[in-house]
Write a protein that binds this ligand. Sequence first.
Ligand SMILES: Nc1nc2c(c(=O)[nH]1)N[C@H]1C(S)=C(S)[C@@H](COP(=O)(O)OP(=O)(O)OC[C@H]3O[C@@H](n4cnc5c(=O)[nH]c(N)nc54)[C@H](O)[C@@H]3O)O[C@H]1N2
Ligand SMILES: Nc1nc2c(c(=O)[nH]1)N[C@H]1C(S)=C(S)[C@@H](COP(=O)(O)OP(=O)(O)OC[C@H]3O[C@@H](n4cnc5c(=O)[nH]c(N)nc54)[C@H](O)[C@@H]3O)O[C@H]1N2
Ligand code: SF4
Ligand SMILES: [Mo]
Length: 823
Amino acid sequence: MSYSDGWIKTTCAYCGVGCGVEAKPKLDGSLMIRGDQEHPSNYGQLCVKGAALGETVSHEGRLLTPIVNGAEKSWESAINYVADKFSEIIREYGPDSVAFYVSGQLLTEDYYVANKLMKGFIGSGNIDSNSRLCMASSVVGHKRAFGEDIVPVCYDDLEHTELVVIVGSNLAWCHPILFNRLKKAKQQNTQLKVIVIDPRKTATCEIADLHLAINSGTDVALFNGLLSYLARNGGLDEQFVNKRTNGLQETLMQAHLESDDLVKLSALVGVDKQDLVNVYDLFTKTDKVLTIYSQGVNQSSQGCDKVNSILNCHLASGKIGKVGSGPFSVTGQPNAMGGREVGALANTLAAHMEFDSKSDRGAISQFWNTSNLASKPGLKAVDMFDAIALGKIKAVWVMATNPAVSLPNQSRIHEALDKCPLVVVSDCIKDTSTTRYANVLLPAQGWSEKSGTVTNSERRISRQRRLLPSPGLAKPDWWIVSQVASAMGFGDAFSYRHEGEIFREYASMTSIKSESERALNLKGLTKLTDSEYNQLAPQQWPVENVQTAIENQRLFEDQQFLTPSRKANLIPVRYLATNESLDGMNKVRLNTGRTKEHWHTMTRTGLSESLSELSPEPTVSIHPETAERFGFKDKDIACVENLGNKLKLRVAISQSVEPEDIFIPIHWNQSNSGQSTVCEIIDDNVDPMSGQPEFKNTMVELSRWPKQSEAKLFSRTSLVNFTNEYWVRQKVTDGYVYHIASTSTAPELAESLMPIIDRQKGVMLSYKDSTSAVKVAKFDGNELLVALAVGDTLNHEEPLWFKGLTISENESRHQNFFESCVA
Ligand SMILES: Nc1nc2c(c(=O)[nH]1)N[C@H]1C(S)=C(S)[C@@H](COP(=O)(O)OP(=O)(O)OC[C@H]3O[C@@H](n4cnc5c(=O)[nH]c(N)nc54)[C@H](O)[C@@H]3O)O[C@H]1N2
Ligand SMILES: Nc1nc2c(c(=O)[nH]1)N[C@H]1C(S)=C(S)[C@@H](COP(=O)(O)OP(=O)(O)OC[C@H]3O[C@@H](n4cnc5c(=O)[nH]c(N)nc54)[C@H](O)[C@@H]3O)O[C@H]1N2
Ligand code: SF4
Ligand SMILES: [Mo]
């Protein structure tokens, strides 16, 4: 049941764990949120981001109407404009002159329709997804090994396994509910061992029996070493390997070549030899092993080989297709899996069918009733933006992603968006780094307004349901795409009236091929009525019949893979050194990733006061030795430089990183800070097979920024066009606080900021202390309008010093507040 006592069941907006949420709209337009006890992802638990979902549904910053060339327009006019422009460009330059760049935050229904329009009717393969930055190496790895893009395990395996190897995944922060399940499983089974393989000592290490702080990028060497060890120590499942796999000999030969010498190997990988042997031994001797991996594996210039080096070990030891065993690629976005399923990556067709198969192409053409199906793969994300910059692609439609923050080599992306004759952006938010380039802005419904399905990391499809009315003219993404398709003359194929219709069509498409040819099969869901679809409980694919009880299916239990021979492939892989030597005194290796509280470019979590208070400013984590070498103190501002671009970030001195490494989170960008978009200093170095960028290993220059003064400024409204070099906006109750730093003196900084105070009409209170820093607050009646503290350094323990200030308080109370903000 999706409704009871006003609580509506839906799915979390964020990560690929896909937790069940129950939400109850309140009269004031806000939402009460709790975990869904019945959902098999989370059984009632939620992490901080999920629990704060109710704080992110305000209409602050929303895009409310279509906008064409700066003017607000009706839907009809905007749709006709987009359709006419796309049609014109296609007529003149051909179908490959246009592109869609889409996202794992679209629902399956949106994704299906966008893919159908581009590949089926426009006739180009040029639709790619931000999943290219996220899961593309795993997709290649899975296809090479299994013949299809399949995550074979299920979450229930966490409760049955005996050893969990976590590689390049900060599960505690990025998939917190899976981490909690694992933590609980470990408490209940003290025999369960956890190994973390990550250059960084992350929060995930809290439950690790052993952490291998490997040298960045050396995973292939480490897993080749494991394969070789398995072979030399009776760890191969001979019967399974001989009967059910191909390629062991070549793969082993490569592995032996590289890693028989454990002394050399441990030096290369950068861990103690005995630790390495202990991990290999544990893997060899433990029956049930899960290897969980994520971006430390995928986001690499040899991401695909890293993936296959892991899959090789599971296949060779037969630790796959069994309860508690298997390789487990945890997916990032709420619907990264859905996008892979419908085919919204440029190099695949649809529903796990492929360009290189004539019969797949025929079947899809017939299914969609089109004569214009794309005949070849389109451009992958990085190449797509390159083609835009080169003028080969003349129109791009960006949906639910923020490439002007999240793609590597930002200068090139900004150049591309700037030059492109037609940039269409569908987003919920009006001002993002990407919407600033849009000729056409289309207002999309966001989480809580839109309705459809998402697939999580264990292949489970759950409903996201509409909870609240959408503001202004916002519409579902599938509707927007279908309207444009109709206006381009493809109306018959896009006449959808309800998202359930699209889902049924997609489900039918998955059943074109037989189950033995392909595991992605939703046969049981092809005939859902609209009301059954609305009430649909979570379904884990393959779905033979509608699942009325929770199923925990593992694939490959029958040892049948999806290759023509029905056998799995071991793939010979070779470690390629990617690390430059760190000879320059000021060079360090940049690793990037996530914080616990924020989601990507912060368009939603940035609206939550509680999450923002926990993670207010962009930091650069620096090892104490490195900090000493460069003369940093904690909370200083560091410059980090590469590709001619310079970032400024707050220094966090931390033992979590190795002395030669630094770590910067991906979340901050031009919409909420001065110079902290990390992709500005990351080159577009990609894996040659998957096209996935290397986000975790960039040589950069580090230096001190000669900061002389700092300010904390409270404003009720968001202040645009801030010019200071270091500024960060943080959401607080009833407004924002700006964290500012400057190379000028405190009085000079104060002078530059005072006009903001002066602009406000109200009663001003001021206090000067012995450091002569400026501290003022302005009130309208009892209401704080604006407040400013400026000093050489401020007390970072109390960034929200103005909290609770009221004019009716006596002077000494103010005095205490002001004093407390001077370090
Ligand atoms: N709080 C939060 N959760 C999220 C997201 C978010 O934005 N915020 N985003 C979601 C999305 S889309 C994704 S893709 C996932 C990502 O989830 P994760 O992959 O867990 O997150 P990251 O922080 O990107 O990187 C994981 C780890 O890889 C390590 N690493 C770097 N280089 C190497 C290497 O060479 N080898 C190994 N073994 N490890 C390495 C890093 O030190 C880092 O700790 O998170 C999802 N969940
Ligand atoms: N350096 C570095 N860069 C990285 C990574 C890294 O680890 N390091 N990780 C990469 C990974 S794994 C990922 S997934 C990407 C994520 O990067 P992005 O996809 O660029 O980040 P988001 O902030 O999630 O962007 C989503 C956008 O869609 C909008 N939106 C939300 N819901 C909807 C909707 O329903 N419809 C529409 N039309 N719009 C919506 C939001 O307002 C927001 O503007 O970043 C990648 N970039
Ligand atoms: S673990 Fe992921 S899906 Fe679950 S509540 Fe947290 S962010 Fe949402
Ligand atoms: Mo991702």
